[in-house]
Design a protein around this ligand. Structure first.
Ligand code: GTP
Ligand code: MG
Length: 198
């Protein structure tokens, strides 16, 4: 899919204030600093559409971007950022769970995980939460440029085993990406395009 337009629409912390338009929507979620905003910039080919930072906790709100005038990409705040969760005493901020529970336009959540790390408890908890909430999701392995290509399959297999150990019966669709190298761009966009064509 070619991205001919990508524009920022609105940021907010209330699902009721998200755009009312009924077009397909895809959300990017994962731990703080995993690379959600960078992935959105890589996919859209716009360097600074979504704000990124080396410091975790950069994205604080629900950010809607309208793509090709007919679907939304949504950049969300990260979870699992110690300073935030200590203060709020919540693993997943309420407005984020409200988003997943109430946003009817949402077609698929892309759960980002750093390919260098073993499955983290908080990610598995979030994946289980999506399962309970019946939100379709894919897994996006990020920062693939940081490991040798021979290690990629090994990491995916280990991740799959962790999901099986958490009572998942199959691996969801998954993508290997690097925002700095442009890896995985076509695969993710083709996946979205195929759903949008249905
Ligand atoms: P929050 O909004 O704070 O939750 O973070 P985020 O998940 O949106 O991460 P962001 O895109 O801001 O990226 C965090 C850091 O990781 C930045 O320093 C990025 O440059 C870096 N980064 C993101 N993706 C990649 C990647 O594919 N490869 C490498 N090497 N670095 C990456
Ligand atoms: Mg971000």
């Amino acid at each position: 899919m070619k991205i001919s337009s990508a524009e920022f629409v609105i940021s907010n912390s209330e699902v009721s204030k998200c755009p009312a338009e009924r077009i397909p929507e895809y959300a990017f979620i994962g731990r703080s600093n995993v690379g959600k905003s960078s992935l959105i910039n890589m996919l859209t080919g716009r360097k600074s559409l979504a704000k990124t930072s080396a410091t975790p906790g950069k994205t604080q709100l629900i950010n809607h971007f309208k793509i090709n005038n007919n679907w939304f990409l949504v950049d969300l705040p990260g979870y699992g950022y110690a300073r935030v969760s200590k203060k709020t005493k919540q693993k997943f901020q309420k407005f984020i769970t409200n988003y997943f529970e109430q946003r009817e336009q949402l077609i698929c959540a892309f759960v980002l995980v750093d390919i260098r790390h073993d499955a983290q408890k908080i990610d598995l908890e979030f994946i289980n939460y999506l399962g309970e909430t019946e939100v379709p999701f894919c897994i996006v392995f990020t920062k693939a440029d940081k490991i040798g290509s021979s290690k990629v399959e090994q990491h995916i297999k280990a991740y799959q085993d962790s999901l099986y150990a958490n009572n998942w019966e199959e691996m969801p669709p998954y993508f290997v990406t690097s925002s700095s190298k442009g890896i995985g761009k076509d695969e993710v966009l083709e996946y979205i395009d195929a759903i949008n064509q249905d």
